[in-house]
Design a binder for this molecule. Sequence first.
Ligand code: TMP
Length: 209
Amino acid sequence: MKTTPRGRFITFEGIDGAGKSTQIARLADALRARGLEVLRTREPGGTELGEKLRDLLLDMAMHVDTEAMLMFAARREHLAAVIEPALAAGAWVLSDRFTDATYAYQVGGHGLAAARCDALEAWVHPGFSPDLTFLFDLPSAVAAARVAATGADPDRFERERRDFFERVRAAYLERARREPGRFRVLDATRPPDGIAADVAAGLAEKAWL
Ligand code: TMP
């Protein structure tokens, strides 16, 4: 019996305003043009329950433990209902954020003990991590200016101060340093075409296509 090859799980990370969404859309189009099944999703969110949790998380002040547990609750649902079935069916799953974001925002930004995040990760997805993670890196001042330029009302995270985003950025870079095989760090201050070329190069290195 022929078995379907497992799909690929690619995540996109970075501080708010890094320009991930544009690049996720471009990569999804490029992969679909090659005949691949692609699923675009996001965290927190990706399921009906997850999107409700997202509304709460982006709006209401809460204890950092609560914040981390709700992020992982949404993630558990997302994995079970969306990510795992799609990968099993051979799709390429492109997720705007995953567990690295909890380490960066809750541990790095809000001071959650890393051991608590480790415990939640070990509960929710032991032994599972993205196949490839693109980290969109840029100074917080540049990112903040981009968020302000959208004119949209900032959410609870986007209202954080500059030093919060510098801690988040540092936490992301530290994770990338520890797992160089999984991460590809991109200079997100570059124009979109340049970043798209870097994303394509990151994929080419993996020789999956
Ligand atoms: P987004 O606006 O990029 O979709 O992300 C929503 C916000 O949620 C963003 O400010 C980062 C934050 N976030 C966390 O704090 N922890 C997490 O685990 C995830 C997935 C997102």
